[in-house]
Ligand binder design. Structure first.
Ligand SMILES: [Zn+2]
Length: 61
């Protein structure tokens, strides 16, 4: 993957310098990700406080 970054605040994966969801800066230092297809049914999304669908990094530095 090239230039894919993850938000330091909400872990949303994006190519932007700033997160399109929360506006916080993104980082290239991240590991692993989950794909949330239906956040209303995902226990993981609930635990991570995710309320949109998309890709989220498991760990962001
Ligand atoms: Zn964010």
């Amino acid at each position: 993957m090239k230039n894919i970054k993850a938000c330091k605040h909400c872990s949303f994966i994006t190519e932007e310098e700033n997160c399109p969801l929360c506006g916080n800066p993104t980082s290239r230092e991240w590991q692993g990700y989950v794909v949330i297809l239906d956040h209303t049914r995902s226990e993981l999304a609930n635990r991570m406080g995710i309320n949109v669908n998309g890709k989220f990094a498991l760990r962001v530095r």
